[in-house]
Design a protein around this ligand. Sequence first.
Ligand SMILES: C[S@@+](CC[C@H](N)C(=O)[O-])C[C@H]1O[C@@H](n2cnc3c(N)ncnc32)[C@H](O)[C@@H]1O
Length: 469
Amino acid sequence: MEYFPIFLDLKEQPVLVVGAGEVAARKLALLERAGARLTVVAPRALPDVQEASRAGRLRLLEREFEPADLSGQRLVIVATAQRSLNRWIARLCESAHIAVNVVDDRAASRFIVPALIDRDPVLVAISTAGTSPVLARRLREQLERQLPARLGSLARWLGQLRVRVQRSWPRASDRRRIFEALLDGAATRRWLAGDEPGARRAARECLAEGRSAAPAGEVTLVGAGPGDPELLTLKGLRALQDADVIFHDRLVTAQLLDLARRDARRVLVGKSPGRGGSSQEDINALMIDEARRGQRVVRLKGGDPFVFGRGGEELEALAAAGIPFSVVPGITAATGCAAYAGVPLTHRALAHAVTFVTAHDDGDQALDWKALARPSQTAVFYMGLARLERIVTQLRAHGADPARPAAIVSEGTTERQQVLTAPLADIPSLAARAAIGSPSLLIVGEVVALQQALAWFSVGPQEELARRA
Ligand SMILES: C[S@@+](CC[C@H](N)C(=O)[O-])C[C@H]1O[C@@H](n2cnc3c(N)ncnc32)[C@H](O)[C@@H]1O
């Protein structure tokens, strides 16, 4: 091991930084967060460093370095642009037994500064002993994605619980068991999900039992996005990997389900247009049943669970049954398909509003067709394919220009994505000719005219269509 890893308590400790450029400023920001008493020596300083000095957060000596500056310092960071000056200061530090880091000069440094993942108070430091800073950065990026954003907040909460647990359980082995149960159970999952009252309840139950309580079940409603598996959120991925059982819709792809744990049960509960499937009551009952058996349930739904996804109804059933739940939003079909088709849903010159509409058989009366037909706004119709003719007739009957740009996006964001654009009046016959399939949505509005210039996603049949055109 080339370096001994330590975390240093620098609160109120004198630290000298030589140099006040951008690199020095980055080190200063970290040192300030660690509570160090900072002195900066540099003939010229960045405005930020001058500002910090005026605010009393550090002492700035705007002159050349002098050996006497080292007197009484615990730590020195050297970050001037002159290599010979840096090395001279490093030698002086060595003679005075002061730990020194020279930025980008490992040979002259007594210590090096690791790449850092900061979930304060949780810190993960990564070092390749200076062999490859790029590799260290890559590792940091990978770990960043895996560590929950609320990890620091979780650590602080566990710190508070520790005091209580220490009072009630004198034996270290008991305490360890309790904290393992807290960390592996619903308390931690709920805290990380952002449900602090739910986490506290789960922790109280766990502490009341004084041992690893039977795992409390819960349900997470996860938005899978419109198709491209990479559009799943990090939080959705974490929930998927934690799940014991996954109830998923028909539109959720196999690639996405592959991201779940191997031993997780995957249950298709989706409804197909005209082909039925599990009823909503069946789905609710299944989720409640599994959660009551202590299972971590993920209900994986296409797009966003709260956009035409009956997510609200499922949560109402869970709430009535007293099952803890949380929701991870997803990218809804309208925003996903629009992005991949090259249709900005709003645009300063073309559309000031966007409306998401569901075009169900029973929805005609409820919709404000006049408002939907108005220019300078965009309307996105979900589940519209079978009702295309009727939607266009209604829009035209309520004043929409037959030449208004319209697009159908089918299987958007996937390799099978197809985009058809035409004037509103022609879109039903074009869709019929192209034998476009489900799932599809219809976008109506002036912004569709930008599609020609802004289309960027072009794979599979879309490419084929373009070649034939
Ligand atoms: C029951 S709704 C569910 C919507 C979903 N909750 C969401 O936020 O996207 C299903 C409808 O969404 C639209 N849809 C979903 N995925 C799509 C995709 N990849 N391409 C085009 N339309 C899609 C279709 O209109 C489909 O009929």
